[in-house]
Ligand binder design. Structure first.
Ligand code: NAG
Ligand code: NAG
Ligand code: NAG
Length: 386
């Protein structure tokens, strides 16, 4: 309150104060508004009392008050409303509105503020996040370099404590059933919500059974220095690859363009916008990729391979064990968590990273059962470095 007192005492013109110090003007304006309200409120009360007495109605007053409120709090637009992330992830936009808003892209490439590029971790989960304590430890100390989004079935409400990194990070979801196209809808919804924060530069999709295999610094460097986005995309002959292609997808998607890849991806901001804004391929996949075609394994890999093939690493960062065969990958429980398991993951691989051979190919792994949590916490500092 001190600035106001000073300004009033010295009889300064408020306009001068504005120029001298931006912060001084705010309390002054509130005081003005407050006084205005007081006078207006009193006036309205008196008028209303008389109106009620004579006519038995309360006319005018709500409209008058509303317009005054609007004028008083209609502060001049500052860059802040565009660059600070929404404080509340809940909103009332439906998907059409949300995707439209999320597709805004600035045309001037230099940001007029210090933009610390963040990784958006997008958790696609049916219900709870049983491995949350491991992730909490992973994120600890790296505030400002990540943001978290959780998409669960609408009926499931997370109740993380306020000190948790997952506290109030649940986004509005609309899944009616755990189907395949609704899975892609959920992924696009996660991307769209995460795009609302202009500082999110990379977007990683993980599930409730995923774990990080490296510490945060390593993962941040690996992703931020990559020239490519980590979207698995390959042309697979046979019934589970090309066999799932439907000729009715022509001409938007031809057989030669058809790709398959893991559902678990990492994309940069430009690719995220492409996914959210797509209206060309979406209807084709929705109509012509139904089981035994699994849309979450084909839609994004195919679409991005057509539009931006040179931006894709064509591999996923998430390790999955398919060696046991069948339609479902192996799930690891308490008894499986030994150093040997991770040795196998770390040592058995080579891949290309920025066109150079690398032995670090996977940053995440799945699938881990809730019972794996305690042994994972025990091994984390030694094996994962966090
Ligand atoms: C969202 O709301 C708008 C306006 O009411 C409507 O035109 C649009 O179809 C809605 N979209 C969805 C996905 O419900
Ligand atoms: C990924 O595959 C596309 C073809 O779909 C190719 O153009 C691109 O160069 C590949 N990316 C890398 C990093 O090799
Ligand atoms: C992350 O892991 C690397 C290698 O395992 C290690 O050198 C580094 O000190 C770790 N960083 C932190 C912040 O713990």
């Amino acid at each position: 309150m001190q600035p106001i007192v000073v300004a009033l005492e010295q009889g300064k013109d408020p306009a001068t104060t504005v120029r001298v110090n931006q912060s001084r003007v705010l309390p002054l304006r509130f005081l003005q508004c407050f006084l205005l309200f007081l006078v207006l409120g009193l006036g309205i009360s008196i008028v209303s009392l008389n109106t009620v007495r004579y006519f038995g109605i309360q006319s005018l007053s709500p409209a008058v008050t509303r317009s005054t409120i609007l004028r008083c709090f209609d502060e001049p637009q500052s860059i802040g409303t565009w660059v600070t992330p929404p404080s509340n992830l809940l909103h009332t936009m439906n998907d059409t509105e949300l995707f439209w808003r999320a597709s805004f892209v600035p045309q001037i490439k230099e940001y007029p503020f210090k933009r610390v590029r963040k990784i958006a971790f997008m958790f696609l989960a049916k219900g709870p996040l049983p491995l949350a304590p491991l992730w909490e430890r992973f994120f600890k100390g790296h505030e400002g370099f990540y943001s978290i989004y959780v998409h669960s079935l609408p009926s499931y409400v997370h109740n993380f404590i306020s000190s948790s990194v997952f506290y109030k990070r649940q986004i509005p979801s609309q899944i009616a059933e755990w189907g395949r196209m609704s899975m892609c809808d959920a992924e696009r919804r996660l991307l769209a919500n995460a795009l609302l924060d202009i500082s999110n530069e990379w977007f990683i999709l993980v599930s409730e059974s995923c774990i990080p295999l490296q510490n945060f610094s390593i993962i941040y460097h690996y992703i931020s220095r990559s020239h490519y986005s980590f979207m698995g995309a390959f042309d697979e002959p046979g019934p589970y690859g090309r066999g799932r292609y439907n000729w009715q997808m022509q001409p938007e998607v031809t057989l030669a363009q058809w790709r398959k890849g893991s559902q678990w991806f990492e994309v940069d901001r430009e690719l995220a916008v492409r996914i959210v804004q797509d209206s060309k391929y979406y209807p084709k996949f929705k109509e012509f990729c139904r089981p035994a075609c699994y849309v979450d394994e084909h839609y994004f890999p195919t679409m991005l391979s057509i539009e931006v093939p040179h931006r894709l690493a064509n591999r996923t960062l998430t390790w999955t064990d398919w060696s046991r065969g069948g339609a479902h990958p192996a799930t690891f429980g308490k008894a499986d968590i030994r150093e040997g398991l991770f040795k196998k993951i770390f040592e058995g691989q080579t891949c290309l990273y920025n066109n150079q051979p690398s032995t670090v190919c996977f940053l995440f792994a799945r699938k881990f059962a809730p019972s794996a949590l305690d042994p994972l916490l025990g091994l984390a500092s030694k094996v994962f470095g966090f």
